[in-house]
Design a protein around this ligand. Structure first.
Ligand code: NCD
Length: 309
């Protein structure tokens, strides 16, 4: 069983606001002078265990560890590991604990990184568990918001797309609620609204206005942040439902023309077709910068969890 004093990142609910802000601040410091941190993880090994596809999360974690002077090992296709032979996650992580100092895990089944943390002797980072949570994407989002909007508080935050299955949305909304968000504007088709349990939790816990609408154009003027998301094809039970909803949103210049000049447009990526390429040239589009921020905040997280600062 896990050593009790090991710190993991399974959910940001386990972190205080101060701890979250510390990570953001360290991420900012690293972004401003990455060379200062080039040796801090020397001699440490990070394992990346990806049971689901990934580009940014996996690469940014691996790049983060390499840029901190550490080493990496792992798999991006579980079929090449003994999981294919029927090994449990518990047994896998028990052994990987001997080969690495920290592990990053993405899994299609909600709760698997949590389960791994129970059997692990090293810090486990949840890199996305099914439609549940994606805490390091949220840290990436917070660093981006902090950087572009000068702070995390008092924003009108619009979240658009697949609010039902999108783990990035679930993580972000729960965390932003803790930082005095002025209002959440939920933009989705009826079939993909935010789960009722999450809405109830927000209403019971915070005094934040929540507005639900179908179209971006109806609310664009009031947004400080527009967070676009991909329709999560892999979480649908049948192809037909996905095909019906896949083109629900295609953001273009016309749809954002009445948006505030200082609004920012975010997206965790990958985008499929929910943002037209013409929007990339809009000064308010920050999604590629956002992907860059993911590197620095993950460097900060590795430093904190390995306690090597
Ligand atoms: C997101 C994810 O995996 O949930 N991607 C990412 O990590 N940046 C978003 C998505 O896949 O739509």
């Amino acid at each position: 069983m896990s050593k009790e004093n090991i710190k993991h990142l399974i959910s940001l609910a386990d972190y205080s606001n101060e701890e979250i802000l510390e990570l953001i601040e360290l991420g900012e410091k690293i972004c401003n002078s990455p060379k200062d941190y080039a040796e801090v993880c020397k001699g440490n090994v990070m394992a990346t265990l990806f049971f689901e596809p990934s580009t940014r999360t996996k690469f940014s974690f691996e790049s983060a560890m390499l840029r901190l002077g550490g080493n990496i090992l792992g798999f991006s296709d579980a079929n090449t590991s003994s999981v294919k032979k029927g090994e449990s996650v518990a047994d896998t992580i028990r052994c990987i604990s001997y080969y690495a100092d920290i592990a990053v895990m993405r899994h299609p089944k909600e709760g698997t990184p949590k389960l791994a943390s129970i059997y692990s002797q090293i810090p486990i980072i949840n890199a996305g568990d099914g439609g549940h949570l994606h805490p390091t994407q949220t840290l990436t989002d917070l660093l981006t918001i902090h950087n572009y909007k000068g702070g995390l508080e008092n924003h009108v935050v619009g979240l658009c797309g697949d609010l039902k299955y999108g783990r990035t949305v679930h993580s972000l909304i729960k965390t932003m609620a803790r930082f005095n968000t002025k209002k959440f504007v939920l933009i989705s088709p009826e079939e993909l609204t935010l789960p009722d349990s999450l809405k109830r939790y927000l209403n019971d816990t915070y005094d934040i206005e929540i507005k639900e609408v179908r179209y971006i154009e109806d609310v664009i003027e009031e947004l400080d942040i527009l967070y676009m998301t991909r329709i999560q094809k892999e979480r649908f039970f049948n192809e037909e439902d996905y095909l019906k909803l896949k083109n629900s949103y295609i953001l273009n210049e016309e749809k954002i023309k009445n948006g505030r000049k200082d609004m920012i447009i975010m997206h965790p990526l990958p985008r499929v077709n929910e943002i037209s390429y013409e929007v990339d040239d809009d000064k308010r589009a920050v999604y590629f910068e956002q992907a860059k921020m993911g590197l620095y905040v993950r460097m900060a997280l590795i430093i904190k969890l390995l306690e090597v600062e």
